[in-house]
Ligand binder design. Structure first.
Ligand code: 5GP
Ligand code: MN
Ligand code: MN
Length: 311
């Protein structure tokens, strides 16, 4: 059931024990939104547990409160409300089965499955963190430095550091508010952009294997499992593909296990969320992803057939 922002805030106010979760393979928005909400709810005296059913990338170690995040274990979690951030019901791993509580879903993905008990969805917001910023207002809680840093990080990562088309005047005003509240842009960006020497070399090698097709409109990096296993990160690789001047759809395909490929897509003017959705994934018009359960060559052929049709 769709609800308003104020109704979402009321649900949070009414609950005493709240579990907060976000999507597996967590990014800056998933983690920033979850921890920001954690800090805001702590201020309201709530008992809050943040559960993420995946490993947390080391790069996010700077986020205030990161140490409170736990993976769900075998026990059941008693809560009055389970909050799903930056995700639908499908990509939260085992959290839903371990936490039998009414579900409040707060999201900005146009592909949200609308299956939660209560859904506040605003696809015009650049990041779920931007909605958490609005929620702070609705809850009448002023973000402290910790919450502001988390909100700023979610907004920064989902907008490519305030460069993508989802960056609005509202985004910039909200970010300015968060800086005023204590977020430090250079601290966030330095933490997120730093790479080891090996990672820089790996990236340079990977970039040499970019393949271009459809008169340059499609460019992709296709990383087989053997190569994937040698890489410490592929974070940011797709940006190196996206910036090619002729490209309308950029692809990063990684065979994360033999026979299982993770796909990221970025676009200029082509709706990649519907391409991703046709493979069971989702996302936004200009940034989407999916998983294709095929070896690299077969997954690549299937994806390219769909992308070629779209460009
Ligand atoms: P990324 O390429 O950065 O992993 O994801 C880009 C966008 O697509 C993000 O908003 C992310 O949440 C969404 N996305 C990526 N993979 C999937 C997926 O498998 N399913 C769904 N529903 N969304 C995805
Ligand atoms: Mn996300
Ligand atoms: Mn997001």
């Amino acid at each position: 059931m769709r609800i308003s922002l104020q109704e979402a805030a009321d649900k949070l106010r009414e609950a005493g024990r709240i579990v907060v979760t976000a999507h597996v393979n967590p990014d800056g928005d998933a983690l920033g939104s979850s921890l920001a909400l954690y800090h805001l709810l702590q201020k309201l005296g709530k008992t809050v547990q943040v559960l993420i059913d995946d490993d947390i990338p080391d790069a996010f170690g700077f986020l205030p409160g990161i140490e409170v995040i736990a993976k769900p274990d075998e026990e059941k979690y008693q809560a009055d409300l389970l909050v799903l951030l930056d995700v639908s019901m499908d990509r939260v791993g085992r959290v839903i089965e371990r936490c039998p509580a009414p579900i409040l879903n707060i999201d900005h993905h146009i592909t949200n499955d609308e299956k939660a008990d209560y859904l506040y969805l605003d696809a015009d917001r650049a990041a779920t963190a931007e909605i958490v910023y609005q929620l702070a207002g609705a809850l009448q809680v002023v973000p402290d430095k910790a919450a502001a840093t988390c909100i700023y990080t979610g907004m920064s990562t989902d907008t490519g550091n305030f460069r993508y088309s989802n960056t609005t005047p509202f985004t910039m005003r909200a970010a300015a508010d968060m800086i005023e509240a204590g977020a430090e842009p250079h601290v966030v960006s330095e933490a997120l952009e730093k790479r080891s020497f090996k990672e820089v070399q790996d990236r340079a090698r990977a970039m040499q294997t970019i393949e271009v097709c459809a008169d340059g409109k499609i460019a992709g990096l296709y990383i087989g499992n053997d190569l994937y296993e040698t890489l410490d990160t592929t974070e940011g690789f797709i940006d190196g593909v996206r910036i090619i001047d002729t490209v309308r759809v950029a692809i990063l395909m990684k065979e994360v296990e033999p026979g299982k490929c993770r796909v990221s897509m970025r676009s200029k003017g082509v709706d990649v969320s519907s391409i991703a959705a046709s493979f069971g994934g989702g996302g936004h018009i200009r940034a989407a992803g999916c998983t294709i359960e095929e070896p690299l060559a077969a997954a690549k052929a299937k994806l390219l057939a769909a992308v070629e049709k779209a460009v």
